[in-house]
Ligand binder design. Structure first.
Ligand SMILES: *Cc1c(COP(=O)(O)O)cnc(C)c1O
Length: 422
């Protein structure tokens, strides 16, 4: 038995697999909408609230369009992500450009579109000014609290992280920008990834609220929004507990009343840049078992690989695996579930208790709706799989086709090969 759910029954999934071929990602529109509404409702207790969905988590314009219709903006970190958000209808200040090591032309594009630019370093003030001719009216800075804040496993200790400005630099940055005529300011941080401890986010908010109050007192700078970044985790493993949005929102609201209101900063907008908790639990990778192999261990070889879903191979990340139609069968076998890459880390599950699996079975890899297809790659000339969307009316549409051999060869010049003498 598993606590994880999947929106299609065995017959429906078999039908989808026959129609579209395997492997594929499938996302549940209804569940994504309901989750986004719960998130927005919980944080609606602030005078103004915005979720900038981290595009990198699920860079598909159909998903972005759904989220935009639920009020989300986008958090982007590259020119293609900016364009993707725009195509999905997210524009102007609904787009946060939280990038690092950013080339000039990307700042120029973001500025042209009226997106919010979030600078990652003090030296980027001069770089931006030179690129644009003048600084924009609105600027945000990414704060790195260093030893003031404990890190978490995925992102590491803040003082070892490449991101953001130090505490000293933050004061100088806002002072310089104010003197250069910047009128509106945001303050941002992101210090964790896949964190399940709700109190961690309350502490992060307290840290930013306190800093916003100090910036007003010391530099006369009025911060208009605080962006708490992403980092809200999801319960990948059985028994883990999801972050309670309402608890986090209410505790952050208490910190707001304690710090922001007396500092004269009310109304202050509160923002998130979450990706993982928004779509992660509502996307699945579906793959068919091709082979079984019994050597020193028992293996199930599937038609997806680490090129489709990198997290287990890269981080040793846990993803629940279920077998369609065998949800209630006893988990009395132990398998490594593996892909076809010539890398031994290409394993979706290691020494996992599962029901007996035979070639042809459909395996469902759970919690793959964020940082899943997005992190795919083409090593070993593996062609990445497509994406399906289960609509609220029960229909299934393809929102990204599978890659083809031509896609893989698209950057190569075979026409010129004949004239290339060796
Ligand atoms: C990755 C990232 C996010 C989103 O993180 P999730 O863990 O998907 O919520 C948000 N902001 C920044 C700057 C990021 O790098």
């Amino acid at each position: 038995m598993t606590e994880k759910t999947f929106p299609l029954n065995h017959e429906q999934l078999e039908a989808a697999a026959r129609r579209f071929g395997t492997p594929f990602y499938i996302y549940d529109e209804r569940a994504i909408r309901e989750n986004m509404r719960r998130f927005t409702k919980a944080f609606g207790i602030f005078p103004s609230f915005k979720e900038y969905f981290a595009v990198k988590a699920c860079p598909n314009p159909y998903i972005l369009k759904i989220l935009a219709s639920e009020g989300a903006g986008a958090d982007c970190s590259s020119l293609p992500e900016l364009i993707l958000a725009e195509k999905a209808g997210m524009s102007g200040e609904n787009v946060m450009f939280t990038s690092n090591e950013t080339p000039e032309k990307e700042y120029i594009y973001a500025n042209l579109k009226g997106n919010v630019i979030n600078l990652d370093d003090i030296s980027h003030i001069a770089y931006l000014e030179k690129a644009l001719g003048a600084l924009p009216e609105l600027l945000c800075f990414r704060y790195n609290p260093g030893p003031l804040k404990e890190g978490n496993a995925l992102i590491g200790k803040p003082e070892e992280a490449k991101y953001g400005l130090t505490r000293e630099q933050i004061f100088e940055a806002y002072r310089v920008c104010k003197n250069k005529g910047v009128k509106r300011f945001g303050l941002h941080t992101m210090v964790a990834s896949n964190e399940l401890n709700p109190d961690y986010f309350v502490e992060t908010a307290e840290l930013l609220f306190t800093l916003a109050a100090e910036l007003k007192r010391k530099e006369g700078v009025r911060i208009e929004f605080v962006d708490l970044g992403g980092g809200i985790g999801i319960p990948y493993r059985p028994g883990q507990k999801a972050v309670d949005y309402e608890y986090v929102a209410q505790r952050i609201r208490a910190a707001y009343d304690e710090i922001i209101v007396p500092a004269g900063l009310d109304p202050l907008a509160v923002a998130w840049e979450c990706g993982r908790p928004i779509t992660g639990p509502y996307g699945w990778l579906v793959t068919r078992a091709l082979h079984e192999k019994h050597i020193y261990r028992d293996y199930v070889g599937v038609d997806a690989s680490m090129a489709d879903l990198m997290r287990p191979g890269m981080y040793g990340a846990y993803h629940e695996v279920t077998v369609s139609g065998k949800e209630n069968a006893a988990r009395d076998r132990v398998y490594d579930v593996v892909g076809s890459l010539c890398e031994n880390c290409d394993k979706f599950a290691v020494q996992r208790e599962l029901p007996e699996i035979v070639p042809g079975d459909l395996l469902i890899i759970h919690d793959a709706g964020a940082h899943g297809r997005a992190m795919g790659f083409n090593y070993n000339a593996k062609l990445r799989c497509g994406e399906l969307l289960l609509r609220t009316d029960g229909s299934i549409v393809q929102i990204r086709r599978n890659e083809t051999v031509d896609d893989y060869f698209a950057t190569l010049d075979f026409a010129g090969l004949g004239a290339f003498t060796v």
